[in-house]
Ligand binder design. Structure first.
Ligand SMILES: Cc1cc2nc3c(=O)[nH]c(=O)nc-3n(C[C@H](O)[C@H](O)[C@H](O)COP(=O)(O)OP(=O)(O)OC[C@H]3O[C@@H](n4cnc5c(N)ncnc54)[C@H](O)[C@@H]3O)c2cc1C
Length: 497
């Protein structure tokens, strides 16, 4: 039986980031990924020679000196990232049902100034909101890392809802909806989403916003290259089927049908409920704890329409568009042409050459209830009604974005679609949830997964632990690795990279 110092279950961003940090520190690491391709939500795929992304459409804080840049610099991959900076004057454009449009600009001053142009009477409220974003964003700045901490606290922002904080900044209903204009695609929920989560995501994009060129898969591949450079292994087609527990320690990890490895430490980058299902042998975890983890609600999934464009027809748009079908951006319901589409995000794949886009992604939240009748089916075997439902949603989405892109329908070469069930079957996220366990500000501590539970050498990482997304998952990986290496030791290295 091969023996590693660390085995990481799951080769998504969280697992790969842990793999890089620990192998750089000289540990013998093995990352196990069930699929033939690493990356989890970073995976890209090809259709008709065009590259399409699954779960990473844009990221923030990637300018030198900003927090995500610092993480990727420490990981040793920053120079290999192929990046397209979004329009700094309008990285996000919100489009409301009455046709009104609002742009978010990069940099706190420009962000505020643009909003003040739309709402001149609301300068004080806009500045208050930006100041609060700054406070949350600066909780995890590179300076904080250099001081030896991953985060400077922030519990007071985890315990209040983004909805209430935004409303406390202004009485103006339109401005309230503009400030919260992207929440509905970032798992925003009126009652549960904390200002911490909202602020972390908003501040990061406000600092700078980038798309990955040539597909986000290259980020996962670069991280895997680093792991291998330091002597670690990244294995695909290696599904973990069981973990044997003895004397409160994870002793051996069963892979596929016939292989077993052992490790001093095991890190789980998969959903905690799925990890509990893998535990075998001694019953260390109390049934009540298992019931609690399994009962935590998960975010909705996403319906994605990948639109391949005819060559040279659709001019590349260097901004994201959020098309709202309800004025109230917090609403989870938004009937559009017989489909529930409260909001549709349009994000174009940066062209490899020239000014025309090859591919456009349209995304909308999709709830489990819509898919109940196909819950027990597999990819490719869900039947005609499922295909018809997907076609209906794809057509409604294209129609919805024609408010700004009236020629899109005639520029389409073909479309591919995926539902939360596709994500469930590819990345094993629970029910195809896009962002994992919902962190509930009404009970911030109970809805957060601690880095360790009762099994001494088993650690958690990934989007279920803290804020989801590229930045949240990198920060969680640092928390996980700090538990093995010591926080001050590790994060000073990250901060000073
Ligand atoms: C549609 C969509 C759009 C998104 N857009 C953005 C965006 O624009 N910007 C952003 O920052 N974030 C975005 N996100 C969120 C972001 O992609 C995730 O938060 C992040 O990638 C999660 O990483 P992870 O490592 O926690 O999990 P995952 O990416 O889910 O990785 C888990 C891995 O574990 C593997 N696995 C599961 N079970 C086993 C097993 N038994 N054995 C071995 N391997 C196993 C899976 O195959 C998977 O590769 C988006 C997510 C979705 C779904």
């Amino acid at each position: 039986m091969e023996n590693f110092e660390v085995v990481v279950v799951g080769g998504g961003l969280g697992g790969l980031a842990c793999g890089v940090m620990l192998s750089k520190e000289g540990m013998k690491v093995c990352v196990l990924e069930q699929h033939s391709q690493i990356g989890g939500c970073l995976q890209s795929f090809y259709r008709r020679g065009k590259i399409l992304d699954t779960g990473m459409h844009y990221v923030g804080s990637l300018h030198p000196g900003q927090i995500l840049h610092q993480y990727f610099k420490y990981f040793g991959v920053i120079d290999r990232l192929r990046l397209q900076q979004l329009d700094p004057e309008a990285y996000d454009i919100l489009v409301f049902p009455d046709g009104s449009r609002y742009c978010y600009a990069n940099g706190e001053e420009r962000f505020a100034a643009r909003l003040v142009e739309y709402f001149p009477e609301e300068k004080a409220g806009i500045e208050k909101y930006c100041g609060l974003l700054r406070k949350v964003g600066s909780l995890i700045s590179p300076e904080v890392l250099r001081s030896g901490h991953i985060s400077n606290g922030g519990l007071e922002y985890m315990n209040v809802s983004a909805f209430d904080v935004i409303n406390s900044c202004t009485q103006n209903e339109t401005l309230r909806n503009v400030l919260a204009g992207t929440v509905s695609l970032h798992s925003g929920d009126r009652e549960r989403t904390s200002f911490y989560e909202h602020g972390m995501i908003m501040y990061s994009y406000m600092e700078s916003a980038y798309r990955f060129k040539d597909g986000s898969q290259h980020v996962a591949d670069a991280l895997a290259e680093e792991i291998r450079k330091y002597g670690g292994e990244v294995r695909v087609n290696a599904e973990v089927k069981g973990i044997e527990i003895r004397n409160s320690v994870a002793r051996s990890i069963r892979i596929n049908e016939d292989e077993t490895v052992s490790a001093k430490y095991v890190i789980s980058d998969i959903h905690p409920a799925k990890m509990l299902d893998l535990l075998e042998g001694e019953k260390v975890i109390r049934p009540a704890y298992g019931t609690h983890i399994r009962s935590l609600p998960n975010s909705y999934g996403c319906f994605t329409t990948h639109v391949l464009m005819k060559p040279g027809k659709a001019r590349y748009a260097n901004s994201n568009y959020y098309f709202h079908n309800r004025r109230d951006v917090w609403s989870a319901r938004g009937e559009y042409k017989g489909c529930n589409l409260p909001v549709v995000l349009l994000s174009m794949q940066p062209p490899r050459t020239g000014d025309y886009a090859d591919a456009v992604s349209l995304l909308s939240p999709m709830f489990r209830q819509v898919l109940e009748e196909w819950a027990d089916t597999e990819i490719g075997k869900r039947g005609e009604r499922y295909e018809a439902m997907k076609k209906r949603y794809a057509e409604a989405m294209v129609d919805c974005v024609s408010r700004v892109f009236p020629d899109m329908e005639t520029q389409i070469e073909t479309v591919y679609t995926s539902t939360p069930l596709t994500y469930r079957d590819y990345t094993s996220t629970l029910h195809g949830s896009a962002y994992g366990i919902i962190k509930d500000c009404r009970n911030a501590l109970l809805s957060r997964i601690p880095v360790r539970m009762k099994i001494e050498n088993l650690y958690f990482t990934g989007q279920n632990m803290n804020v989801h997304g590229c930045l949240g998952v990198c920060a969680s990986a640092a928390v996980t690795c700090s538990a093995l290496l010591g926080e001050e030791y590790l994060v000073k290295k990250i901060g000073n990279a």
